[in-house]
Design a binder for this molecule. Sequence first.
Ligand SMILES: *Cc1c(COP(=O)(O)O)cnc(C)c1O
Length: 397
Amino acid sequence: MNLKTAQKLDAESVFQTYRRLPLLIVRAKGNYIYDDTGRKYLDLISGLGVNSLGHSNPKVVAAIRRQTGELMHVSNLYLTEPMLGVAARLKKHSGMDKVFFCNSGAEANEAAYKLARKYSRDKYGAGRYEIISFHRSFHGRTLANIAATGQKVYQKGFEPMPSGFRFAEFNNLASIEKAVGKKTCAILVEPIQGEGGVYPASPAFLKGLDALRKEKDILLIFDEVQCGLGRSGKWFAFQRIGGARPDILTVAKAIGGGLPMGAMLARKPAAAAFAAGNHASTFGANPVAAAAALAVMDELESGLIDNAAALGAWTLGELNALKKRLPIITGVRGLGLMIAVEIKGDAAKAAAAMLQKGILVNAIHGTTIRILPPFTVTRAELDRFIKTLEEHLANES
Ligand SMILES: *Cc1c(COP(=O)(O)O)cnc(C)c1O
């Protein structure tokens, strides 16, 4: 099949909810993906932060092959083994106590909201259910998650929003202190805002949230669906930034190495609020996804996270130097391999120009160029990205 045919079939039969780039991807290996014409692209998006080990990591592929021949699915009516290993490893690296498995970031966050409400209701009664999140945040596309997301654009047309969510300014303690009230049961935050444009929380901000947590028994929910599992340069972004530990932590994107998986983790005492029957997912803890996750964690444990930290720091340094040379660049943000370049110009045009040169980057919010490279990316590949970006932006200014 060629691109034209694929586009025609897509338009005829698939909801047109995505503004897709004109590419038909047919295979991928390592840090590169290939289209229907055989053209090769350096993938600096990693399937939106999913393929942190690059594409088709041999150990992940072998684990999936092995597991599909053993056991693919039986549901949570029974115990299966692969998820037990994933739970133990997630606990070890995060310091959390309990794990609930699901299949996506949105589901992990839904589980978090339910757990927070249940904990608060059991302890304080029905009037304490509000979750405060932040402007520019992103928490997923289900109805509760768009209500929790601090960007009107995702809510528009789907009102009324489910109640129980309010907003404060990110990295602004005065704002959150003002928003917290008698109804507040939890504060929901991405330690590094991703989709909103790559804004890391400051240590002082997280420390302030921790003080509110202690003073008012408000649960901290950290949404690390994008920034978790090594991308920040540590296992979890809250460990990299410091200042607070979450009561509830959500992960998804990178955990299954490309297979759908999500998880909601909680610490005591919040973790004790879920009892039998309180929550469930048919596909949650799927053995094949769990086997893939185990292989992903093996790889992360073998030094790849340090690679993310070192290459991220190097890239940020180079981009800041570029910013000094090119006034069209108005900002460089990031932590680890989660990086944004803000321009006084058209980010989509820049991304299209990069695509022409065989490099995939992501344009968001009109003026932001975002990259989420695999941790297997090399300095030479990142250098190629920076030089190509410089060439394009130099012609734009
Ligand atoms: C992607 C993302 C989600 C939603 O995850 P899905 O798997 O698409 O449901 C939630 N929170 C954050 C921070 C994300 O980046």
